[in-house]
Design a protein around this ligand. Structure first.
Ligand code: IPE
Ligand code: IPE
Ligand code: MG
Ligand code: MG
Ligand code: MG
Length: 370
């Protein structure tokens, strides 16, 4: 390359322009994008276009298309802001449409796609995903209340109780939970599948913590149980066991159920009521990914800004919460999250390339920055 070509290389914001057999070949991120680009001027025009619209990675397109589908389903399922009484419906919409990542619905839909085996999403699974997002948003509204974490920023906006007052925020959370179960009960799936889904989800958002020390507590880990232990463990020196119990219950249980219910829905769409090995593998995948997710949430609370997170950074240390980094430090926490993702991958290995979308989402859980 001569000097002029080198300058173009830098200006075009691409790694290299080589002279190919028939003319110019423009490479972006080391992949040929235009072959041949007949001349430098055309290469320049096309490259400006490409660099103004950066290509999405496979996981980014999974995330953005999944979020769009979820948003559309939520729009369909939530009462309009004009529905009486206005206050609660506007409060529900305020929190639901504030800009969450929609990870639980996306995991659910990709698990369903994998199990259904057609490459397509089974009809209606977007409503199941929306129901999970309603449950998640309800948990966030209540988590932010003055009586729990007392936060005033969520998803980059004032929290529900700041915008609508505490009474309406509590009721908006309650209403999202109720609407989630109504949505699941009305899914276009065989009755036996709907019952399985209701059972699975209600246990996951329930009051269990699974085990405490060596004692089985009789109830499987559930989100509310985890929140209770989280609140009751503020200001005590956390043990490894305590923080794992909290994280598996308060966050892991809903993420696990998102993946398991996606699998159950996918099986239902094929007319198979159950496939124990498939569901068991999805459950192990979800448990590992869910725990890794909360470890990373703890890491981000320590390392990112409120602007980046859209919620108050540094809150865990300020409230002396039982977190993974408080027990293990940041570096070990990062290693633990990576190890858990490797364990999650191992569980879905028998599904082969069909599991790639789920695996790339699990990897994203640990590489995300908010
Ligand atoms: C935050 O979850 C709350 C936890 C369970 C740790 P997300 O990070 O998925 O939050 P949104 O939905 O994108 O706002
Ligand atoms: C929240 O955990 C878990 C649930 C809402 C069930 P956190 O309290 O760590 O979540 P953030 O950091 O406020 O999002
Ligand atoms: Mg909390
Ligand atoms: Mg919180
Ligand atoms: Mg947190």
């Amino acid at each position: 390359m001569n000097t002029l070509q080198s300058i173009f290389c830098i200006y075009l914001n691409c790694k290299r322009i080589d002279e190919g057999g028939e003319g110019w070949e423009l490479l972006i991120d080391n992949k040929p994008r235009i072959r041949p680009a007949v001349n430098v001027r055309r290469a320049f025009r096309i490259s400006r276009h490409l660099s103004s619209e950066p290509m999405e990675s496979p996981v980014q397109s999974l995330l953005s298309s999944g979020a769009k589908l979820t948003d559309a389903a939520l729009e369909r399922l939530l009462p309009s802001p004009e529905t009486l009484p206005h206050s609660i419906h506007r409060a529900m919409r305020h929190s639901v449409f504030a800009g969450g990542k929609r990870l639980r619905p996306i995991l659910c839909m990709e698990a369903a796609r994998m199990v259904a085996g057609t490459g397509e999403l089974p009809a209606g699974v977007d409503s199941l995903g929306a129901a999970l997002e309603m449950l998640h948003t309800y948990s966030l509204i209540h988590d932010d209340l003055p009586a729990l974490d007392n936060d005033d920023l969520r998803r980059g906006h004032p929290t529900c109780h700041v915008a609508f007052g505490e009474a309406i925020a509590i009721l908006a959370g309650d209403a999202l939970q109720t609407l989630a179960f109504q949505t699941i009960a009305q899914l276009p799936a065989p009755a036996a599948t709907v019952v399985q889904l209701l059972r699975e989800v209600s246990i996951a958002v329930g009051t269990g913590i699974g085990r405490s020390g060596e004692i089985e507590t009789g109830l499987a880990p559930g989100m509310i149980g985890g929140q209770v232990v989280d609140i009751e463990s503020e200001r005590v020196a956390p043990t490894a066991e305590l923080v794992e119990t909290i994280h598996r219950a308060k966050t892991g249980a809903l993420i696990t159920t998102a993946i398991v219910t996606g699998g159950l829905y996918g099986l239902g769409s094929k007319g198979h009521g159950s496939a124990d090995d498939t569901i068991a593998r999805l459950r192990i995948f979800g448990q590992n990914a869910g725990l890794a997710f909360q470890i990373v949430d703890d890491i981000l609370d320590l390392t990112q800004s409120s602007a980046e997170l859209g919620k108050t950074a540094g809150k865990d240390a300020a409230s002396i919460k039982a977190t993974w980094p408080a027990v293990y430090g940041l570096e070990q926490s990062r290693r633990d999250a990576d190890r858990l993702i490797a364990d999650a991958f191992a569980a879905v290995e028998p599904f082969g390339p069909a599991a790639d979308p789920l695996k790339s989402l699990a990897r994203y859980l640990t590489t995300r920055t908010h």
